[in-house]
Design a protein around this ligand. Structure first.
Ligand SMILES: [Zn+2]
Length: 165
């Protein structure tokens, strides 16, 4: 994948947000930035614990902020950057929000399976199967740096500490 300097710039911002989220109580280290026309229209980190809201993933938080800012639910032409491959919920929300391109850092195979809700379904399939043909999903930008934020794939995490149990 040939990444642009802008891609790297926005992923660095997502990493910053992820790290800010990590140090704040009740947050998980996932950062997201939504960019259109060279400017940020929404950004955020995971606020699930803080808000007591299972849908407050970094991507959803960022989409809500972008919607408020634009006063519009459609974000055609926007690029969503996330430090971790978006889950099924966030991928579907991106499809509904008419986001044009999703770029993520660490992929499903780079982190512990507890970060994903589904055993086998890959969000790549959601994109491939969408009615829209103007949406792309690209992963692996700064994958190593992003993956370092998360529990590695083969870590021995007790069942009761796994997010998707
Ligand atoms: Zn999600």
């Amino acid at each position: 994948m040939a990444w642009t300097e802008d891609d790297a710039k926005w992923m660095r911002r997502a990493l910053e947000l992820a790290r800010e989220g990590d140090v704040a109580p009740g947050k998980n280290p996932i950062g997201c930035v939504i960019v259109r026309g060279g400017e940020v229209i929404g950004e955020g980190c995971n606020e699930v614990d803080q808000r007591h809201d299972a849908t407050a993933h970094a991507e959803i938080v960022s989409m809500r902020r972008a919607g408020q800012r634009l006063q519009c639910d459609e974000m055609r032409g926007a690029v969503l950057y996330s430090t971790l491959q978006p889950c099924g919920m966030c991928t579907m929300a991106s499809i509904w929000a008419k986001i044009g391109r999703i770029v993520y850092g660490a992929g499903r195979d780079d982190v512990h399976p507890m970060y994903f809700e589904d055993r086998h379904l890959d969000t790549v399939d959601f994109i491939r199967d969408a009615f829209r043909d103007d949406l792309s999903l690209e992963g692996g930008l700064m994958a190593g740096e992003c993956a370092a934020l998360y529990v590695p794939p083969d870590a021995d995490v007790p069942k009761e500490e796994q997010f998707n149990r």
